[in-house]
Design a protein around this ligand. Structure first.
Ligand code: HEC
Length: 135
């Protein structure tokens, strides 16, 4: 690999591992949203993704969370809901347990506490993006 390319690959890897500044959260969250959430929640968050009709439960419209909460985006609840490892979700929810998934993914390469940090950051990026798409 040419030296210059090699250097940019290493830079990319380092950038992927260091904390993300808040201005980058939304872009990251958007990417992650389109990859992992849009299938059920829809590209615009309206709860009308292609998988939604296969589920027995109604998929939430994610653009009205603030409107349904007296105009305040329920950041904490959204974070907990995405993580899914606390009891906030009803048993039998169709939502995947993202917190566990992210921790498992990262545990393969970093320590447990770093993996927890990583999972938290991914949930935060997602929640920041969802906050941005409120009506
Ligand atoms: C397999 C389909 C599916 C996928 C994929 C999915 N969700 Fe959900 N989600 C649901 C359903 C169904 C609900 C309704 C409540 C429940 O099932 O507990 C929901 C509810 C939610 C809620 C709660 C909304 C409220 O009304 O309080 C949030 C926040 C949420 N999802 C975020 C996400 C995010 C972020 C992702 C991607 C990381 C995601 N979901 C991926 C099916 C899905």
């Amino acid at each position: 690999m040419p030296k210059k390319l090699m250097k940019s690959a290493v830079t990319g890897l380092v950038l992927a591992l260091i904390p993300v500044p808040s201005f980058a959260q939304e872009a990251l969250g958007r990417q992650e949203y389109l990859n992992s959430c849009a299938g059920c929640h829809g590209a615009k968050g309206k709860g009308d993704g292609p998988l939604a009709e296969l589920l027995t439960v109604r998929v939430s419209d994610l653009t009205v969370l603030a409107a349904n909460n007296d105009g305040t985006f329920p950041m904490h609840d959204v974070l907990m809901f995405i993580d899914g490892r606390s009891s906030i979700r009803a048993h039998g929810s169709d939502m995947p347990i993202w917190g566990q998934r992210y921790v498992d993914e990262a545990s393969a390469i970093v320590t447990r506490s770093e993996a927890e940090e990583y999972a938290k950051r991914r949930a935060l990026a997602l929640a920041t993006y969802i906050e941005e798409i409120q009506q």
